[in-house]
Design a protein around this ligand. Sequence first.
Ligand code: NAD
Length: 324
Amino acid sequence: MKPKVIVPAGKQEEVFMTLNDVAEVRFIPLTDRERLFEELRDAVALVADTAPIDEELLERAPKLRIVARFGVGYDNVDVEACTRRGIYVTYTPNVLSDAVADLTIGLMLCLSRNIIRADRYVRSRWAVEGGFNFPLGLDLEGKVLGIIGLGRIGYAVASRAKAFSMEIIYYDIVRKGEAEEKLGVRYVEHEDLLRSSDFVTIHVSLNEKTRGMIGERELKLMKPTAYLINTSRGPVIDEEALVKALKEGWIAGAALDVFVEEPLPLDNPLTKMENVILTPHIGSATKETRRRMALVDIENIRAVLEGRVPPNLIPEQRGKTFMR
Ligand code: NAD
């Protein structure tokens, strides 16, 4: 009997199928917990999307040896519980940074040039009203871009923003000397970044310190003309405070790819607001990037099936070997 590998239904199925030479690959929607629990009884590897990988789930998976996250944020995985059980946790860093950075720049351009609103204007009002009755946009040149979290994705955003001749500042818990030197980005304290940026873009991982790091106080520090972009994780922003900020004009607008609750409920007030752009968590969603992410997961799963330590362990597990 081949070892069983569970993959979220619809995720790069043709790529994951290539594991069939050494494994029995099963495609299951991970939101269907009862079915997943049933399948997990004899599974050796689980490819994880953003659905919770928690203690209750791990208890049903006595043979599991690897949780291969299809992505780079693993805040949905109970890492401590996996480590205690000798289960490797891997992720797919680097291969998706360019795709998320591209989306971030795309959102910044949509905000600065009103591209989404312009599309709606052409479809419904331009010919009816005649003339040109559309708000002017803003140049990016010379504007201050504040990056919160200058990691892999933050760095890729900074290198793109340079091409727009923006002034780039960043805040991170770790000083990034190499990026400062190579890209000419300047380190500032968190509050200074919020006060002086025309665009604030968030690229931190979600952890206990970053949860809610942009709340009412932080939004009030921002310029009323500034825009906020979030392609990291929804809970980094206090969403209720953001709704208030957008309604009351503390900031000019926002673009969000991630939300506290996903899919974003249709009755969420954000869906009714004109000064916000919403995308459905598509940061890494390009054909090339998703394929690369699947190949990284496959490499990690193959390593475990062959008795080796997987190459892309999350930082908390680096240097660990689980013998089973
Ligand atoms: P990374 O680990 O390379 O970068 C994160 C950076 O945040 C690091 O430099 C770290 O020092 C910094 N940081 C951590 N805690 C901080 C704090 N309290 N204050 C300030 N800085 C802090 O990760 P990455 O590969 O750049 O990815 C960043 C995040 O982007 C992921 O964790 C994930 O949640 C999100 N992401 C979203 C999508 C999407 O589809 N929208 C896709 C991929 C990744």
